[in-house]
Design a protein around this ligand. Structure first.
Ligand code: NGO
Length: 507
């Protein structure tokens, strides 16, 4: 085995099934390790390390049929028929999320600086095992890992997936399942779009009509639904256990018909509009001059901040076509102050860069029709940008003209379109301006888990790799072969993915 690992793209067999591609990898063709009934999982000290070891044991138990023992304490050095997980590699490049993985004939050593790195390293081990590891029934598979060395850490600290639970509501189990799928690809942010014209989806104390009225329907007139505070907390904790931060979004000042229909005092004319179940938007606005608007916003943000451990509260800001330009700027600045008063940072769709933003606020670029203008405007204010250009990163767009689900406004987005782009394309922003990437999944046309999965996979995997892997190492031809290996894994997981004809799925 080479003493110094080489670039992953030439890393050989060890990277064959890995998405995202690691930073450095080298294969040791002479070595491999096979997990057997006597293999031990050894875990070193540190808060949270044992939980990652348990995750690994729980993953392996059903398909292998082995009740792998977890032992804490001193590592056997070199490892002896064991998988060692421990903190403290001494390599500063690993940062908060990186890991160092060595596989030799004697065992596996996974090291990281932080527990998140161990968790991500376990996902890599998972992808190196045969796809049968994802089934919950015992099989006689040989649980062999290719020998070699991986040193890996992310390009960006924000690698997000957005789910719109407003246009159609998705309950806690559906979202938890998506969280599990995202974790396998090292995604670390779940942005929940909790309100829009068609539905308000989170209970807020003191404002019961938001859910009783605003949560009572959805696109097409279905029954809607909402999360109680306990539901939301359960989602936050479920995500946290998988090193995923929830970013809640309450869309304002437009996309607010559900709230306006729930409380007449939020309307400039004091009268509530009817509930709305159509798909066209851009007609609603909170009443910017009214004090009641900020009482409302402060209550909502206060509760969101209390329920959300992550640093961001997303307040939308997109498509405010019914708010005057002056009112829009006034509103965003007031909203930003409210978020900061509750100890959080404002995140918003990149239109918010029309207002004076504070450092620490984050702009999410989506509307490619402005040719990067809104992203550049944010960067010029020293505000970080999350790149979610709709023509590449929108998971709600159709794959091609035959796709039954999805919208078309941003154009057809095949697997290659979702992958073969970079946040720096077009020179709109510099690397230092970019906090990360995100793939939004809007739900106008989605009803079921199967619908959600069909639009998310495989495109979500491509966005996850863009967020993690070095730009210079990425290319569609090599990604395509690694993506093909996810097919049997998704099948084993029961994921209803789109079998893109651009990929030679291995089954
Ligand atoms: C736009 C719009 C959403 C739509 C979505 C559909 C943004 C940020 N606002 O994206 O309301 O659901 O397109 O693709």
């Amino acid at each position: 085995m080479a003493a110094t690992p080489g670039p992953a793209v030439t890393g050989g067999a060890i990277t064959a099934g890995l998405v995202p591609l690691p930073v450095f990898a080298s294969t040791d063709d002479a070595a491999s390790f096979t997990i057997g009934s006597d293999t031990a999982i050894e875990v070193g000290p540190g808060d949270g390390t044992a939980a990652v070891a348990r995750d690994l044991a729980d993953l392996l138990r059903p398909p292998t049929g082995y009740a792998l023992q977890i032992s804490t304490g001193a590592a056997t050095s070199p490892p002896k028929d064991s998988i060692d997980l421990r903190l403290g590699s001494g390599n500063p490049a690993l940062g908060d999320e990186g890991y160092d993985l060595t596989i030799s004939k004697d065992g596996v050593v996974l090291m990281a600086t932080k527990v998140a790195g161990l968790f991500h390293g376990v996902q890599t081990i998972r992808q190196m095992l045969p796809s049968a590891v994802e089934t919950r029934a015992a099989s006689s598979t040989v649980w062999k890992l290719t020998g070699g060395h991986i040193v890996d850490y992310p390009r960006y600290s924000y690698r997000g997936a957005m789910l719109d639970v407003s246009r159609h509501f998705f309950g806690v189990p559906v979202v938890e399942r998506y969280i599990d799928e995202l974790a396998l690809y090292k995604v670390n942010v779940l942005h929940l779009h909790l309100s829009d014209d068609q539905g308000w989806r989170l209970a807020i104390d003191g404002w019961p009509n938001l859910t009783a009225i605003g949560g009572s329907t959805e696109v097409g007139g279905g029954q809607g639904g909402y999360y109680t505070k306990a539901d939301y907390t359960a989602l936050v904790q479920y995500a946290q256990a998988r090193f995923i931060t929830v970013v809640p979004e309450i869309d304002t000042p437009s996309h607010t018909n559900a709230a306006l229909a729930s409380y007449p005092q939020l309307n400039c004319n004091g009268t509530s509009p009817a509930l709305y179940t159509g798909e066209q938007v851009g007609f609603s606005s909170l009443c910017v001059p009214k004090a009641a608007t900020y009482t409302f916003l402060d209550d909502v943000v206060s509760e969101l901040a209390a329920l959300t451990p992550g640093p961001y509260i997303h307040l939308g800001g997109d498509e405010a076509q019914s708010t005057s330009a002056a009112d829009y700027v006034t509103f965003v600045q007031k909203a930003q102050a409210i978020v900061e008063a509750h100890g959080k940072s404002l995140m918003g769709w990149a239109e918010i860069s029309k207002a004076k933003l504070d450092q620490g606020s984050v702009a999410e670029y989506w509307n490619f029709n402005d040719h990067g203008r809104s992203a550049t405007d944010a960067a010029q204010q020293s505000v970080k940008v999350v790149m979610a250009p709709a023509d590449h990163a929108y998971l709600d767009q159709k794959y091609d003209a035959h796709t039954v689900l999805g919208l078309t406004w941003a154009g057809a987005i095949e697997a290659q379109d979702a992958y073969a782009w970079d946040p720096l394309d077009g020179g709109r922003v510099a690397e230092s301006d970019v906090l990360g990437v995100e793939a939004p999944l809007w739900s106008e046309t989605l009803h079921t888990t199967a619908d959600l999965e069909y639009l998310a996979w495989p495109r979500m995997a491509g966005i996850a790799e863009i967020g993690w892997s070095p730009k210079a190492e990425r290319s569609w031809p090599t990604y395509r072969t690694r993506l093909a290996e996810q097919g049997p894994r998704w099948t084993a997981m029961g994921i209803n993915f789109y079998r893109s004809p651009q990929v030679d799925w291995t089954s």
